[in-house]
Design a protein around this ligand. Structure first.
Ligand code: NAD
Ligand code: MG
Length: 397
C-alpha cells in the first residue's frame, strides 16, 4: 500500500469520535471543572444536556458555549428566566424534577452526576437504569440507595466510574478480578480546617472557618462535611457499595497534604496507591476519558518540593462522624444519617446550630429512626422526607 494511503487509514482509525455527555449540576464546583475539561477537548465530547438549581445566567452561558441540546433548572421559578436567556439559540429549556429526569434519561454515552445531596438521587438512578456510563460525584445518592443503585447497574449493564478523589484512586489500583487478594482499603482524609482543634474550640467555630478548606476548593455542603469529617463517613459508605466491602475492611487515615488519594492493601503486604496534586480535574478527567487518559492543566506533582508526607489516626472523640457512619452502614440507617446531616449542615450554614451540634444532631436522628433494607426508590424518598420533617421540628424546639 502507498505510504500516503497507510497514513490516511491510520488517521481514520485514530480520529477521535466524540462521546455524548450530560452534566447534572454543571454550575457547581465539580460541574464547572467538568465543563472546563470538556472545553479543552472539543473533539472528544458533544454535550447533550446541562442542569443547574437556580443559576440561570451561568447555565445559559455554558449551554450556548457548548451547543447543548437541553438546559434544565431544578427550580421551576427560574424557568421563565431560562427560556428568555435561551431565546433564539435553538436550545430547549425545561424545569423541575421532570426536567432533571428528562436530562438524565435522554440518550448520552456519559452522565456526570454532580448535583449535591439527596436531590441528585432520582436523576442519577434514572441514568443508571438506562445503562449509561455514570461519572459519580453525587455520593449522597449512593449513600442513600446503594443497594438499589448497584442492583440497577447489574440489570442495565450500566457502569459507575467514581469521581470522588478517594474512590477514583482506589478504582485505579483495585484488582476487581482477584478480590480475595485484597486485605483492606484505606481512604485518606485531609483532616479539614479543624484537624488540630480541641472539642471545646469546635463548639465556637464560625461558618467562614468551616468553609475554608486547607487543600480543596469545593461547594459549601461538602466543605462543611469535610470539616466535621461527615464527608469521610459518607465516603466510607460510598466505598462499601462501590467496592462491595464490609466496613471492617475500610480504614481511614488522616494525611494532611492530600497527595496520596487512597490505597489498597493486598494480602502479600503490597500497598498500591494513587498520588497527585489535590485538584479534582485529575479524577474528573480520568472518568471522562476512561479507559484512555487525557491531558489536564493540573500542577505536576513535585514531591521534592512537598518534602514530607505525614499521617495520623483519626480521633473518634473530636470527630464522631466516622463511627456514626459505621453504625449507619451496619444498621441500614444510611438514609437517616444522610438526611439528618443535610438538615444539620443547612442549619449550621444559616447559623441556627453550632458546628459541634451537627454530629449530635445526626446521632439523635439515628436513635429515633429504624433502618431500611432492600428498599425501593419510593420507600427511600418517604423515609428521607420523614427524617427531614422530624429534624426540622426538632430545630424549632
Ligand atoms: P456545588 O454546591 O458546588 O454544586 C452543586 C450543583 O448541584 C450545582 O450545579 C447546583 O446548581 C446543583 N443543585 C443544587 N441543589 C440542587 C437541587 N435541589 N436540585 C438540582 N440541582 C441542584 O457542589 P459540588 O462541590 O460541586 O459537589 C457536587 C457533588 O459532588 C456532591 O455530592 C459532593 O459531595 C461531590 N463531590 C464534590 C467534590 C468537590 O471537590 N467539589 C469532590 C468529591 C465529591
Ligand atoms: Mg472525597
Amino acid at each position: 500500500m502507498h505510504p500516503d494511503n497507510i497514513s490516511a487509514e491510520l488517521k481514520a482509525v485514530s480520529a477521535p469520535t466524540p462521546r455524548s455527555i450530560s452534566v447534572m449540576g454543571s454550575t457547581g464546583s465539580i460541574g464547572t471543572n467538568t465543563i472546563d475539561l470538556i472545553e479543552r477537548n472539543p473533539d472528544l465530547f458533544r454535550v447533550e444536556a446541562l442542569t443547574a438549581n437556580k443559576n440561570v445566567t451561568l447555565l445559559a452561558k455554558q449551554a450556548v458555549a457548548l451547543k447543548a441540546k437541553l438546559a434544565v433548572v431544578a427550580d421551576p421559578g427560574c424557568f421563565a428566566a431560562l427560556k428568555d436567556a435561551l431565546a433564539g439559540t435553538g436550545i430547549e429549556a425545561a424545569a423541575g424534577p421532570e426536567g432533571l429526569l428528562e436530562a438524565a434519561e435522554r440518550p448520552s454515552d456519559l452522565v456526570m452526576a454532580a448535583i449535591v445531596g439527596f436531590a441528585g438521587l432520582a436523576p442519577t438512578l434514572a441514568a443508571i437504569r438506562r445503562g449509561a456510563t455514570l461519572l459519580l460525584a453525587n455520593k449522597e445518592a449512593l449513600v442513600c440507595a446503594g443497594e438499589l443503585m448497584m442492583a440497577a447497574v447489574q440489570q442495565s449493564k450500566a457502569r459507575i466510574l467514581p469521581v470522588d478523589s478517594e474512590h477514583n484512586a482506589i478504582f485505579q489500583v483495585f484488582d476487581f478480578e482477584r478480590k480475595s487478594g485484597i486485605e483492606h482499603i484505606t481512604l485518606t482524609a485531609s483532616g479539614g480546617p479543624f484537624r488540630l482543634f480541641s472539642k471545646e474550640q469546635m463548639e465556637h467555630v464560625t461558618r467562614e472557618e468551616a468553609l475554608a478548606h486547607p487543600n480543596w476548593v469545593m461547594g459549601e455542603k461538602i466543605s462543611v462535611d469535610s470539616a466535621s469529617m461527615m464527608n469521610k463517613g459518607l465516603e466510607l459508605i460510598e466505598a462499601a457499595y462501590l467496592f462491595g466491602l464490609p466496613e471492617k475492611q475500610i480504614k481511614v487515615l488522616i494525611h494532611p497534604q492530600s497527595i496520596i488519594h487512597s490505597m489498597v492493601s493486598y494480602v502479600d503486604g503490597s500497598v498500591l496507591a494513587q498520588l497527585g496534586s489535590p485538584d479534582m480535574r485529575t479524577p474528573i478527567a480520568y472518568t471522562l476519558a476512561w479507559p484512555e487518559r487525557i491531558k489536564t492543566p493540573v500542577a505536576p506533582l513535585d514531591l521534592a518540593r512537598i518534602g514530607q508526607l505525614t499521617f495520623e489516626e483519626p480521633d473518634p472523640e473530636r470527630f464522631p462522624a466516622l463511627d456514626l457512619a459505621r453504625v449507619a452502614l451496619k444498621t441500614h440507617k444510611t438514609v437517616v444519617f444522610n438526611a439528618a446531616n443535610e438538615i444539620a449542615v443547612e442549619a449550621f450554614l444559616s447559623e441556627k446550630i453550632n458546628f459541634a451540634s451537627i454530629a449530635r444532631f445526626v446521632a439523635g436522628a439515628m436513635d429515633r429512626f429504624s433502618g431500611l433494607e432492600k428498599a425501593s426508590l419510593e420507600e427511600i424518598i418517604a423515609l428521607d422526607e420523614e427524617v427531614r420533617c422530624w429534624c426540622n421540628r426538632s430545630l424549632k424546639n
